[in-house]
Design a protein around this ligand. Structure first.
Ligand SMILES: [Zn+2]
Ligand SMILES: [Zn+2]
Length: 310
C-alpha cells in the first residue's frame, strides 16, 4: 500500500476551505509527513493520519510550510511520546527548527534530531520488510535560497512467481512455493535442489512519488520526476498571473503540466493553490490538461493511491 493524503493545499495562508501546506505519505504501515504548516496537527486528526510518525521533511522555511511543527511537537509531548522525532530540511534547518521546537514549552520530553539535507542527499535503506525498501532522494528546486524537493523511490521488486512452471517441474504447492516466491533456493523431497531462477520473472520497478514544494518549473524537478508514478507539483497561479509566478518563485498550473510531460510522469496532482482558487480550482485543471492529460488538483483531505504499474 502506498498513498498520499493532502492535509493542506493552500498557498501562503489558510482559507476556509484549505489549510496551508502539509501532506502525509503512507507506506506499508509507516507514515511520513512532508511540510507542516500551521494547523497541520488538527488536519491530521480530521483526516485520520497517525500521530505515530517518526519523521517530518521540510522543503524550505517559509512560514506557511513549517509553523505547525511548534504545536505538533507540543502535542506529541503531551501524549507521553518517548520515541525520537527526526526532522529534515535544507540549509538553515538546524537553527530554525531548534528555535521552533523550543518555543512555548519548558522541555520536549522526547529526542528531536534535526538533519540538514541538500540536493544529492539520498536517505537510503529505508522501509520495513524483506529487501523491498525505498529511499528518499533530495533534489534542487528553484524558489530562492536553498529549497529542495523529495523523491520517494521504492527499490525494485522481486519478479512474479509463475505457478504453472512450478507445477510443471513437480514442485508441490505449499511452503516450497513460498520460498521460491521470495527468491530462495529449495530442496525437494526427492533430493533435487533448485534455485528460484526460472520460476520467478524479471525484477519489477518500484513506485516513485515526487514532491516539489514551492518552485519555478525547472530541469532538476524534471530529472527527479522521470517516470514518476505520482508527481505532486505546486501550482500557485493560473496563466493569467504567469508573470507573478515568475516574480515570486512559483509555478502556474500549465508550467507544472509541462514539467510532468517532460518527465513522462504518469500522474500529476497540483497543490499549493492561491486563495483565489480556494473554492474552485477547475480553471487550473483546465489549463494544465491542455498540456498533460492525467492531472487533478488536490483538496484538503484528498487521498491518492499509488498502485503498482504492472
Ligand atoms: Zn508556500
Ligand atoms: Zn515558499
Amino acid at each position: 500500500m502506498l498513498s498520499v493524503t493532502f492535509l493542506g493545499t493552500s498557498a501562503a495562508r489558510p482559507t476556509v476551505e484549505r489549510n496551508v501546506s502539509a501532506l502525509s505519505l503512507q507506506r506499508e504501515g509507516e507514515t511520513l509527513l512532508f511540510e507542516c504548516g500551521e494547523g497541520t496537527q488538527r488536519q491530521m486528526m480530521r483526516y485520520g493520519v497517525s500521530f505515530a510518525l517518526a519523521e517530518i521533511f521540510f522543503t524550505h522555511f517559509h512560514a506557511d510550510h513549517f509553523l505547525g511543527v511548534i504545536g505538533l511537537v507540543r502535542t506529541l509531548g503531551l501524549q507521553d511520546r518517548t520515541e525520537p522525532l527526526r526532522l529534515y530540511g535544507p540549509r538553515g534547518a538546524k537553527k530554525l527548527l531548534e528555535q521552533a521546537i523550543a518555543l512555548g514549552v519548558e522541555r520536549v520530553p522526547f529526542p528531536v534530531e534535526i538533519a540538514e539535507v541538500k540536493p544529492g542527499t539520498v536517505l537510503g535503506e529505508r522501509g520495513k520488510g524483506n529487501g523491498e525498501g525505498y529511499e528518499i532522494a533530495v533534489f534542487a528546486t528553484e524558489h530562492g535560497g536553498s529549497s529542495v524537493g523529495y523523491a520517494v523511490r521504492e527499490h525494485e521488486r522481486r519478479g512474479r512467481f509463475d505457478p504453472d512452471k512450478a507445477r510443471a517441474a513437480g514442485i508441490p504447492e505449499g511452503p516450497l512455493w513460498g520460498k521460491l516466491t521470495k527468491g530462495e533456493p529449495i530442496e525437494l523431497p526427492d533430493g533435487r535442489r533448485l534455485t528460484a531462477d526460472g520460476f520467478v520473472g524479471p525484477r519489477r520497478p518500484g513506485r516513485l512519488v515526487v514532491i516539489t514544494g514551492d518552485t519555478r518549473p525547472c530541469a532538476s524537478v524534471v530529472d527527479a520526476a522521470q517516470g514518476a508514478d505520482l508527481l505532486i507539483h505546486e501550482a500557485t497561479f493560473g496563466e493569467e498571473e504567469k508573470d507573478r509566478a515568475k516574480e515570486t518563485g512559483h509555478s502556474t498550473a500549465k508550467e507544472a503540466a509541462q514539467v510532468a510531460l517532460a518527465a513522462k510522469a504518469k500522474k500529476l496532482v497540483l497543490s499549493h493553490v492561491s486563495a483565489r482558487y480556494s473554492i474552485s480550482a477547475e480553471e487550473l485543471v483546465k489549463e494544465a490538461r491542455e498540456v498533460f492529460a492525467n492531472v487533478a488538483v488536490a483538496k484538503d483531505g484528498m487521498t491518492v493511491d499509488v498502485p503498482f504499474d504492472g
